[in-house]
Design a protein around this ligand. Structure first.
Ligand code: MFU
Ligand code: CA
Length: 168
């Protein structure tokens, strides 16, 4: 199957808030289930139309990315380029420390967003003395309250903030 029809169905489901119905293609059911999961629970939409949701999981950053994909999103990054979206969204997730899609896994000390854009090119909100690569093993980033901190990528302490682009 080509990619195009799936994108079309996805936007249909977004428009109809994914009213479950049989179309006869298994993929469609999966998209519908992901849509329902995204909409359930606490979702916050920023001024730029990107929406945000926390997934709770163990095992660190890579599990977080998988958990975001499983509910039809991706780890938070693109929408955070917009400072006002960042502030409006994060105030609603103050109770949990979450990974975001920012790492220096490729080159120590150079933090790059999931989409390849270096953090130094835009809005950042590092905590006091962060990033510090504490213990020489902190290549991922979490947000708690609103400060950014580099932390280990493998840890059971943190959950993940997922993001979804505006429905087109
Ligand atoms: C700070 C943070 C580290 C870690 C440590 C316990 O370093 O930068 O990421 O959380 O505290 C002193
Ligand atoms: Ca740190």
């Amino acid at each position: 199957m080509s990619v195009q029809p799936q994108i079309k169905y996805l936007s249909i489901f977004q428009n109809f808030k994914c009213i479950p119905r049989r179309i006869g293609i298994i993929k469609i059911t999966a998209v519908c289930a992901a849509e329902a999961q995204w909409l359930s629970g606490r979702v916050r939409t920023g001024k730029n139309g990107y929406s945000y949701k926390v997934v709770r999981h163990s095992g660190g950053y890579y599990n977080g990315k998988r958990a975001c994909a499983a509910i039809g999103g991706q780890i938070a990054h693109t929408g955070f380029a917009d400072k006002s979206t960042y502030w409006s969204v994060m105030t609603d997730f103050y109770d949990v420390e979450v990974y975001i899609g920012l790492t220096d896994l490729n080159r120590e000390g150079t933090f790059v967003w999931e989409n390849g854009v270096p953090a130094s090119r835009g809005f950042t909100y590092w905590g006091w003395y962060e990033p510090n690569n504490y213990g020489g093993r902190e290549d991922c980033v979490t947000v708690w309250d609103d400060d950014w901190n580099d932390v280990p990528c493998v840890s059971n302490r943190y959950h993940t903030l997922c993001e979804r682009a505006p429905a087109s």
